[in-house]
Design a protein around this ligand. Sequence first.
Ligand SMILES: Nc1ncnc2c1ncn2[C@@H]1O[C@H](COP(=O)(O)OP(=O)(O)OP(=O)(O)O)[C@@H](O)[C@H]1O
Ligand SMILES: [Mg+2]
Length: 386
Amino acid sequence: MELMKVLVVDDELGIRTGVARVLRGFIVQVPNFDKEIHFETTEAESAEQALEIIRETPQHILLLDNKLPGMSGIEALDIISEMNLDMLTIMITAYASIETAVRATKQGAYDFLPKPFTPADLKNTVRKAAEHLVVARHARELAAEKRKVRFQFISVLAHELKAPLNAIEGYLQVLKDGSVGYDPKVVIPMVDRCLTRTEYMRKMIADLLDLTRIESGERKREIANLDLAEVARHALDTFAPEANARNITLQLHADGPVPLWGDRSEMDIVLNNLVSNAIKYNRDNGRVDVTVERRDATAVIRVADTGIGMSKADCAKLFQEFVRIKNARTKDILGSGLGLSILKKLTVMYNGDIQVESEPDKGTTFTVILRDAVQEHSPAETVKTD
Ligand SMILES: Nc1ncnc2c1ncn2[C@@H]1O[C@H](COP(=O)(O)OP(=O)(O)OP(=O)(O)O)[C@@H](O)[C@H]1O
Ligand SMILES: [Mg+2]
């Protein structure tokens, strides 16, 4: 239940008490927001008195007569609009001239209630205003929540970029001081460490660009009939040098082409991230098995590794931005913790799902289920896969 304060301003006692009486038992249901609104009415007989009440106790809805002794309703509206309140004003007008109506609307009046009005007229107008207030408040809350999430994201990002930058700065400072001498045996490992960190920063920036482009919907999607087997093969080729260096076997399982209507670079991101993780979090001499197949309306990508695995509790934390599982097994593995969050956003765009099964020291299997994408703004295009 929510109580909305209504202030009725009229010099006619009959109108004031009438409004108060009608609204006393009036209830507005806003089912979409699970709200039941009741009303509490306060009365004022002049604009001056109304302004005093509003300053003292913020109101939700103002029922304002125009023709009042002393200050008119329209003049009061002038002052009220400068107060920047979340209050909706409904002008009560006996003979609403177009001119008054235009002026009142310009000054922020939300609605009009022509005199004489019936209880039903009053209820309808008040219901509309109450619903509007609920929806507007909800929109404000959403916007605030979005700002908060953005801010958190940027704070974490700044922190994540500051750490490698500090490390690089530290090494450069030591090299400049000459305190460790200039022996290549000492200098080159330091330069190598700097390079590893710049690479990490570059990867992080690339991930972030992916993420913002996907989120903003700015990147133009190019939906075409893709072969997921080919996309997977390409990803395995890309990471073959990394796998070879650690003697990890990469194997693709696909019975011929696996069609999907999708965007090629989005699918590259999906497969690159899964394969990159399966190698990065694997053991030396391990395996990565990538299976792609079509199952009716869905395409399924499964990437299984023989790596360090994760506990159930760790698995539950995945898919959020910047989540990295911190333990003795992962402490020397670099990453920004963005890959899986990007993957999750992409699967949503394909009406799909992502699942993980894992066992510590045994390995992990990620299963991504995708449905054919539809090119936006081209309703003429039909999606067929066979
Ligand atoms: N195949 C896997 N086996 C074990 N742990 C994994 C696996 N894939 C992901 N993880 C865990 O999930 C975390 C998040 O993965 P994600 O890909 O989002 O980030 P990342 O690999 O740390 O960084 P990047 O943004 O560079 O991909 C990893 O840090 C790791 O702890
Ligand atoms: Mg990753």
